[in-house]
Design a protein around this ligand. Structure first.
Ligand SMILES: NC(=O)c1ccc[n+]([C@@H]2O[C@H](COP(=O)([O-])OP(=O)(O)OC[C@H]3O[C@@H](n4cnc5c(N)ncnc54)[C@H](O)[C@@H]3O)[C@@H](O)[C@H]2O)c1
Length: 353
């Protein structure tokens, strides 16, 4: 069996490819990625020479390229992660999100339907986010029946892509599964997302920007646990069904930032708590959702999956990984990322940067 992983050179994609090659020694993995600013072949370096792995550079919006990879590699499963994924960028440039997340997903659906015809031994797994459900109050949790209510251009584009995947199943009978996951963290996360931002700025002794008062609450899942959930749903999820995935680890952004900075102090021999002084509160993000949380009863009961890495363990492993991988950080932090960082943060923490 050959499986196409789109977005394979990104954060979750590269962790997933490494995970699948270990878990499924009898299957071939074809990594597909346009290598945008957030995708980097360095992330796939550990599996570059793996006999069951091939990398194909390509854009999911390019029909011919998608068709060629599906046919040439006799793909019978797709795990679709390629996306524009950063909420702040979606506020600056929403059309890029419509292009990749909506047009790109529909292109993949069309080409997979075309290539597979009526086959039922195939599967299209669409990887989505809990952000499509909007924002929660102080209590409760999203589940698979929660109505969609996206608030940012990012979550609106992911919501649209989810609807198209469902529509392809209902209208054309394409065998699909969908997953909606809470915030991921761990190795290979591009340094514009919250946890690597905190770490990289602490390493450079720069201020650590925190939106508003840091009171927004998120549920965090260690990326390896997400990869295991994706493999589980791909193999055993019910055709046409959606599964919520989460870490059952809710914390406010400020609590999380403090935990990371304390772990950083511990790992680098600083007085624990010293780096908390770097926190600088900045104007809140427009449309910033207050709280996300996911009820994972369905995947737990139907497929027996549950998270295995606690937030404390995951943060310790993540801090260690970033401290040990300075060369990776330098390599991925150049160019377009720097320009974006200047645009977004320069007027927010002024002299300290
Ligand atoms: N990171 C999270 O916390 C999280 C949580 C839930 C769901 N998700 C979803 O998981 C997926 C992966 O997220 P991530 O955090 O790894 O993102 P990422 O930004 O790190 O990676 C995205 C990858 O997609 C590639 N890509 C972008 N546009 C492309 C195009 N047009 N054609 C081909 N490749 C393209 C990029 O080069 C990059 O390698 C996304 O669909 C995201 O919505 C992420």
């Amino acid at each position: 069996m050959s499986i196409l992983v789109t977005g394979a050179a990104g954060f979750i994609g590269s962790n997933l490819v490494q995970h699948l090659l270990k878990k499924w020694p009898d299957r071939r993995i074809v990594s597909f990625d346009a290598l945008t600013y957030s995708g980097n072949l360095l992330n796939l370096e550990p599996v570059r020479d793996h006999p069951n792995h091939t990398f194909v550079k390509g854009d999911i919006c390019d029909r011919e390229g998608v068709r060629a990879v599906l046919v040439d590699h006799e793909i019978s499963g797709v795990i679709h992660l390629a996306a524009e994924s950063h909420v702040d960028r979606s506020i600056v440039d929403p059309m890029a999100f419509v292009r990749t997340n909506v047009d790109g997903t529909v292109t993949l659906l069309q080409e997979a339907s075309e290539a597979w015809g009526d086959r039922d031994d195939v599967r299209f797994h669409h990887v989505s986010t809990d952000e499509v459900f909007g924002s929660l109050g102080d209590t409760g949790a999203f589940d698979e029946t929660t109505p969609y209510s996206p608030n940012s251009p990012y979550s609106a584009s992911k919501a649209a892509s989810d609807h198209f995947v469902r529509a392809w199943h209902e209208t054309y009978g394409l065998p699909v599964v969908l997953t909606n996951c809470t915030n991921n963290y761990g190795p290979y996360q591009f340094p514009e997302k919250l946890i690597p931002v905190v770490l990289t700025r602490a390493m450079a002794k720069r201020t650590v920007p925190v939106y508003g008062q840091g009171s927004n609450v998120r549920d965090w899942l260690f990326v390896e646990d997400h990869c295991d959930a994706l493999a589980t749903v791909f193999d055993r999820g019910q055709n046409g069904e959606t599964y919520g995935i989460g870490g059952e680890a809710e914390v406010s952004n400020l609590e999380l930032v403090h935990a990371i900075l304390d772990e950083f102090d511990l790992a680098t021999g600083n007085r624990v708590g010293a780096s908390r002084a770097l926190v600088a509160f900045v104007d809140d993000r427009p449309g910033h959702d207050l709280r996300y949380a996911m009820d994972i009863s369905k995947i737990r009961a139907e497929l027996g999956w549950h998270p295995t890495v606690t937030l404390k363990q995951g943060i310790a492993r993540t801090v260690r990984w970033y401290l040990d991988n300075g060369a990776w950080l330098d390599a991925v932090s150049g160019g377009e990322y720097r320009q974006f960082e200047e645009l977004w943060y320069s007027d927010r923490d002024g002299a300290a940067t």
